[in-house]
Ligand binder design. Sequence first.
Ligand code: CO
Length: 318
Amino acid sequence: MHSIENKQGQESGTKVLAVKHVVQAQTVMEGAGVQVRRAFPTRQIDYFDPFLLLDEMGPTDFRPNAAKGFPDHPHKGFETVTYLLAGGMRHRDSAGNSGVLRPGDVQWMTAGSGIVHSEMPDPEFARTGGLMHGFQLWVNLPRKDKLVPPRYQDLAAEKVPVGESADGLVKVKVIAGEALGVVAPIETHTEIMYLHFTLAPGATFVQPVPSEYNTMAYVVSGAVTFGASDLSRVRKATSGQLVIFDRLDEDGQNADGSTAVAFTAPANESLELLLIGGRPLSEPVARYGPFVMNTKEEIMEAVQQYQDGKLGEISAGH
Ligand code: CO
Protein backbone atom coordinates (compact mmCIF):
# COMPACT_ATOMS: atom_id res chain seq x y z
CA MET A 1 0.00 0.00 0.00
CA HIS A 2 2.73 2.38 1.07
CA SER A 3 4.92 1.81 -1.98
CA ILE A 4 1.99 1.96 -4.39
CA GLU A 5 1.10 5.41 -3.10
CA ASN A 6 4.69 6.52 -3.46
CA LYS A 7 4.91 5.26 -7.01
CA GLN A 8 1.75 7.16 -7.87
CA GLY A 9 3.25 10.26 -6.29
CA GLN A 10 6.43 9.92 -8.29
CA GLU A 11 4.62 9.26 -11.53
CA SER A 12 2.65 12.47 -11.08
CA GLY A 13 5.92 14.36 -10.47
CA THR A 14 5.46 15.07 -6.76
CA LYS A 15 8.73 15.25 -4.86
CA VAL A 16 8.82 14.19 -1.24
CA LEU A 17 10.81 16.72 0.81
CA ALA A 18 13.86 15.47 2.67
CA VAL A 19 14.34 16.14 6.37
CA LYS A 20 17.11 18.66 7.05
CA HIS A 21 17.17 18.79 10.87
CA VAL A 22 15.53 17.02 13.79
CA VAL A 23 15.93 19.08 16.96
CA GLN A 24 14.78 18.58 20.53
CA ALA A 25 12.60 21.34 21.97
CA GLN A 26 14.23 23.02 24.98
CA THR A 27 12.47 23.43 28.30
CA VAL A 28 12.36 27.09 29.40
CA MET A 29 10.38 29.09 31.93
CA GLU A 30 8.26 31.92 30.56
CA GLY A 31 5.73 34.43 31.88
CA ALA A 32 5.06 34.06 35.62
CA GLY A 33 6.67 30.60 35.78
CA VAL A 34 5.08 28.63 32.96
CA GLN A 35 7.10 25.67 31.74
CA VAL A 36 7.24 25.63 27.95
CA ARG A 37 9.06 23.45 25.47
CA ARG A 38 10.59 25.83 22.96
CA ALA A 39 11.06 24.30 19.52
CA PHE A 40 12.70 27.57 18.42
CA PRO A 41 14.20 30.15 18.57
CA THR A 42 17.21 28.30 19.93
CA ARG A 43 20.93 28.68 19.32
CA GLN A 44 20.52 26.19 16.48
CA ILE A 45 17.56 27.82 14.71
CA ASP A 46 16.77 31.46 15.44
CA TYR A 47 14.35 32.24 12.61
CA PHE A 48 12.53 30.01 10.18
CA ASP A 49 11.13 32.63 7.83
CA PRO A 50 8.25 33.60 8.26
CA PHE A 51 8.10 31.91 11.69
CA LEU A 52 9.64 33.50 14.78
CA LEU A 53 8.81 31.07 17.58
CA LEU A 54 7.04 27.81 18.37
CA ASP A 55 6.35 26.98 22.03
CA GLU A 56 4.57 23.97 23.48
CA MET A 57 2.92 25.07 26.72
CA GLY A 58 2.97 22.08 29.06
CA PRO A 59 1.44 19.57 29.19
CA THR A 60 1.44 20.56 32.87
CA ASP A 61 -0.90 19.09 35.49
CA PHE A 62 -1.71 22.00 37.82
CA ARG A 63 -2.97 21.54 41.36
CA PRO A 64 -5.95 23.71 42.36
CA ASN A 65 -5.05 27.43 42.49
CA ALA A 66 -1.52 26.75 41.19
CA ALA A 67 -1.88 27.44 37.44
CA LYS A 68 0.44 30.13 36.07
CA GLY A 69 0.17 32.38 33.06
CA PHE A 70 1.60 35.32 31.17
CA PRO A 71 0.83 38.66 32.90
CA ASP A 72 0.67 41.98 31.00
CA HIS A 73 3.24 42.20 28.19
CA PRO A 74 3.48 43.95 24.80
CA HIS A 75 3.75 42.68 21.23
CA LYS A 76 4.45 44.64 18.04
CA GLY A 77 5.12 43.79 14.40
CA PHE A 78 3.92 40.17 14.15
CA GLU A 79 1.10 37.73 14.94
CA THR A 80 0.63 35.22 17.75
CA VAL A 81 -1.39 32.07 17.15
CA THR A 82 -2.53 30.28 20.30
CA TYR A 83 -3.95 26.76 19.98
CA LEU A 84 -5.16 25.19 23.20
CA LEU A 85 -5.43 21.40 23.55
CA ALA A 86 -6.31 21.21 27.26
CA GLY A 87 -7.09 23.63 30.10
CA GLY A 88 -8.48 27.16 29.92
CA MET A 89 -6.82 30.48 29.18
CA ARG A 90 -8.19 33.98 29.54
CA HIS A 91 -6.82 36.88 27.54
CA ARG A 92 -7.32 40.60 28.09
CA ASP A 93 -5.77 43.49 26.23
CA SER A 94 -5.21 47.22 26.07
CA ALA A 95 -7.91 47.63 23.41
CA GLY A 96 -10.55 46.35 25.82
CA ASN A 97 -10.88 42.87 24.32
CA SER A 98 -11.17 39.81 26.50
CA GLY A 99 -12.13 36.19 26.04
CA VAL A 100 -11.55 32.63 27.18
CA LEU A 101 -9.82 29.92 25.18
CA ARG A 102 -11.03 26.36 25.76
CA PRO A 103 -9.66 23.05 24.49
CA GLY A 104 -9.48 23.01 20.69
CA ASP A 105 -9.94 26.78 20.37
CA VAL A 106 -7.63 28.90 18.23
CA GLN A 107 -6.85 32.57 18.74
CA TRP A 108 -5.11 34.40 15.94
CA MET A 109 -3.88 37.76 17.23
CA THR A 110 -2.40 40.31 14.88
CA ALA A 111 -0.33 42.54 17.16
CA GLY A 112 0.51 44.81 14.20
CA SER A 113 1.12 48.39 15.36
CA GLY A 114 1.28 47.28 18.99
CA ILE A 115 -0.75 45.94 21.88
CA VAL A 116 -0.40 45.04 25.56
CA HIS A 117 -2.14 41.87 26.64
CA SER A 118 -2.23 39.17 29.29
CA GLU A 119 -2.70 35.44 28.84
CA MET A 120 -3.69 33.92 32.18
CA PRO A 121 -5.36 30.71 33.33
CA ASP A 122 -9.14 30.98 33.13
CA PRO A 123 -10.23 31.63 36.78
CA GLU A 124 -12.54 28.62 36.73
CA PHE A 125 -9.76 26.35 35.43
CA ALA A 126 -7.29 27.83 37.94
CA ARG A 127 -9.63 27.02 40.84
CA THR A 128 -10.08 23.37 39.92
CA GLY A 129 -6.62 22.80 38.44
CA GLY A 130 -5.99 20.15 35.79
CA LEU A 131 -4.06 19.65 32.61
CA MET A 132 -2.89 22.70 30.62
CA HIS A 133 -1.53 22.01 27.16
CA GLY A 134 -1.26 24.13 24.05
CA PHE A 135 0.89 25.77 21.44
CA GLN A 136 1.89 29.30 20.57
CA LEU A 137 3.28 30.12 17.16
CA TRP A 138 4.65 33.54 16.21
CA VAL A 139 4.22 34.52 12.56
CA ASN A 140 6.18 37.48 11.23
CA LEU A 141 4.37 40.20 9.30
CA PRO A 142 5.65 41.60 6.03
CA ARG A 143 7.04 45.14 6.21
CA LYS A 144 3.91 46.54 4.55
CA ASP A 145 1.66 45.05 7.28
CA LYS A 146 3.76 45.64 10.40
CA LEU A 147 1.70 48.64 11.49
CA VAL A 148 -1.79 47.33 10.72
CA PRO A 149 -4.29 47.88 13.56
CA PRO A 150 -4.35 45.03 16.11
CA ARG A 151 -6.96 42.36 15.39
CA TYR A 152 -8.24 39.08 16.82
CA GLN A 153 -9.67 36.13 14.97
CA ASP A 154 -11.14 33.67 17.43
CA LEU A 155 -12.00 30.24 16.17
CA ALA A 156 -13.98 28.07 18.57
CA ALA A 157 -13.05 24.38 18.57
CA GLU A 158 -16.22 23.35 16.75
CA LYS A 159 -15.48 25.88 13.98
CA VAL A 160 -12.03 24.48 13.20
CA PRO A 161 -12.66 22.44 10.05
CA VAL A 162 -11.71 18.76 10.16
CA GLY A 163 -10.69 16.67 7.16
CA GLU A 164 -10.69 12.89 7.15
CA SER A 165 -9.26 10.30 4.79
CA ALA A 166 -11.67 7.89 3.09
CA ASP A 167 -10.46 5.00 5.27
CA GLY A 168 -10.82 7.09 8.44
CA LEU A 169 -7.19 6.51 9.49
CA VAL A 170 -6.05 10.11 9.00
CA LYS A 171 -7.75 13.15 10.53
CA VAL A 172 -6.61 16.75 10.24
CA LYS A 173 -7.71 19.97 11.94
CA VAL A 174 -7.11 22.75 9.45
CA ILE A 175 -6.11 25.88 11.39
CA ALA A 176 -4.61 27.62 8.35
CA GLY A 177 -4.30 26.54 4.73
CA GLU A 178 -5.84 23.44 3.22
CA ALA A 179 -5.71 19.65 3.65
CA LEU A 180 -7.87 16.70 2.58
CA GLY A 181 -10.13 19.07 0.67
CA VAL A 182 -10.86 21.24 3.71
CA VAL A 183 -9.97 24.96 3.81
CA ALA A 184 -9.38 27.06 6.95
CA PRO A 185 -11.54 30.17 7.51
CA ILE A 186 -8.73 32.26 9.09
CA GLU A 187 -7.45 35.25 7.10
CA THR A 188 -3.69 35.51 7.28
CA HIS A 189 -1.46 38.43 6.29
CA THR A 190 1.42 36.03 5.71
CA GLU A 191 0.60 32.98 3.62
CA ILE A 192 0.93 29.93 5.87
CA MET A 193 -0.47 26.49 6.53
CA TYR A 194 -1.04 25.12 10.03
CA LEU A 195 -2.33 21.54 10.19
CA HIS A 196 -2.88 19.28 13.21
CA PHE A 197 -2.79 15.65 12.05
CA THR A 198 -3.88 12.54 13.95
CA LEU A 199 -2.89 9.21 12.38
CA ALA A 200 -4.12 5.80 13.52
CA PRO A 201 -1.41 3.16 14.18
CA GLY A 202 0.30 2.19 10.91
CA ALA A 203 -1.38 4.93 8.87
CA THR A 204 0.61 6.84 6.28
CA PHE A 205 -0.11 10.15 4.56
CA VAL A 206 1.30 12.40 1.87
CA GLN A 207 0.46 16.09 2.32
CA PRO A 208 1.15 18.43 -0.61
CA VAL A 209 3.05 21.60 0.38
CA PRO A 210 3.86 24.54 -1.90
CA SER A 211 7.48 24.23 -3.00
CA GLU A 212 8.24 27.88 -2.08
CA TYR A 213 7.25 27.31 1.55
CA ASN A 214 9.54 26.80 4.52
CA THR A 215 8.03 23.71 6.13
CA MET A 216 8.40 22.17 9.59
CA ALA A 217 6.67 19.58 11.76
CA TYR A 218 6.37 19.23 15.52
CA VAL A 219 5.56 15.85 17.06
CA VAL A 220 2.80 16.31 19.66
CA SER A 221 2.56 12.66 20.72
CA GLY A 222 3.86 9.30 19.52
CA ALA A 223 6.58 8.78 16.95
CA VAL A 224 6.79 9.39 13.20
CA THR A 225 8.76 8.28 10.19
CA PHE A 226 9.22 10.87 7.45
CA GLY A 227 10.06 10.00 3.88
CA ALA A 228 8.79 7.53 1.36
CA SER A 229 10.99 6.45 -1.49
CA ASP A 230 13.89 4.70 0.16
CA LEU A 231 14.06 3.07 3.59
CA SER A 232 17.69 4.10 3.99
CA ARG A 233 16.71 7.77 3.79
CA VAL A 234 13.73 7.95 6.12
CA ARG A 235 14.08 10.01 9.29
CA LYS A 236 12.38 9.36 12.59
CA ALA A 237 11.21 11.81 15.23
CA THR A 238 9.38 11.52 18.53
CA SER A 239 7.22 13.64 20.78
CA GLY A 240 8.80 17.01 21.65
CA GLN A 241 10.94 17.15 18.52
CA LEU A 242 10.91 19.73 15.75
CA VAL A 243 11.57 18.61 12.19
CA ILE A 244 12.82 21.09 9.58
CA PHE A 245 12.37 20.09 5.95
CA ASP A 246 14.88 20.77 3.23
CA ARG A 247 14.39 22.50 -0.12
CA LEU A 248 15.78 19.28 -1.57
CA ASP A 249 13.85 16.10 -2.20
CA GLU A 250 14.82 12.63 -1.01
CA ASP A 251 17.07 12.14 -4.03
CA GLY A 252 18.97 15.35 -3.25
CA GLN A 253 17.39 17.19 -6.19
CA ASN A 254 16.00 20.71 -6.01
CA ALA A 255 12.43 20.32 -4.89
CA ASP A 256 10.79 22.78 -7.23
CA GLY A 257 7.42 22.13 -8.79
CA SER A 258 5.07 19.88 -6.90
CA THR A 259 6.28 18.93 -3.40
CA ALA A 260 4.90 17.00 -0.45
CA VAL A 261 5.69 15.74 3.03
CA ALA A 262 5.22 11.99 3.59
CA PHE A 263 4.77 10.60 7.10
CA THR A 264 3.85 7.31 8.75
CA ALA A 265 2.69 6.37 12.26
CA PRO A 266 4.27 3.35 13.97
CA ALA A 267 2.37 0.05 13.73
CA ASN A 268 1.46 -0.04 17.41
CA GLU A 269 0.82 3.60 18.30
CA SER A 270 -1.17 6.56 17.04
CA LEU A 271 0.57 9.80 16.08
CA GLU A 272 -0.25 13.47 16.47
CA LEU A 273 1.79 16.12 14.75
CA LEU A 274 1.62 19.73 13.68
CA LEU A 275 2.64 20.42 10.09
CA ILE A 276 3.37 24.12 9.63
CA GLY A 277 4.67 25.93 6.58
CA GLY A 278 4.76 29.42 5.14
CA ARG A 279 5.96 31.56 2.29
CA PRO A 280 9.21 33.25 3.37
CA LEU A 281 9.11 37.05 3.60
CA SER A 282 12.82 37.42 2.75
CA GLU A 283 13.01 40.77 4.56
CA PRO A 284 15.45 41.99 7.21
CA VAL A 285 14.45 41.04 10.76
CA ALA A 286 15.22 43.19 13.79
CA ARG A 287 14.05 41.45 16.92
CA TYR A 288 14.02 42.31 20.59
CA GLY A 289 11.85 40.19 22.87
CA PRO A 290 8.20 40.85 22.01
CA PHE A 291 9.02 43.39 19.27
CA VAL A 292 9.82 42.26 15.72
CA MET A 293 10.51 44.96 13.14
CA ASN A 294 12.77 45.41 10.10
CA THR A 295 15.39 47.80 11.51
CA LYS A 296 17.11 48.49 14.81
CA GLU A 297 15.70 52.04 14.77
CA GLU A 298 12.15 50.66 14.57
CA ILE A 299 12.89 48.42 17.56
CA MET A 300 14.17 51.37 19.59
CA GLU A 301 11.01 53.26 18.67
CA ALA A 302 8.84 50.31 19.81
CA VAL A 303 10.66 50.10 23.15
CA GLN A 304 10.24 53.85 23.62
CA GLN A 305 6.53 53.64 22.76
CA TYR A 306 6.07 50.87 25.31
CA GLN A 307 7.96 52.76 28.00
CA ASP A 308 5.85 55.85 27.30
CA GLY A 309 2.65 53.81 27.66
CA LYS A 310 1.76 54.37 24.00
CA LEU A 311 1.08 50.68 23.35
CA GLY A 312 -1.69 51.01 25.93
CA GLU A 313 -2.40 49.26 29.19
CA ILE A 314 -4.97 46.82 30.45
CA SER A 315 -7.58 48.68 32.49
CA ALA A 316 -8.68 47.15 35.78
CA GLY A 317 -12.30 47.12 34.72
CA HIS A 318 -12.28 44.18 32.31
CO1 CO B 1 1.58 37.40 24.40
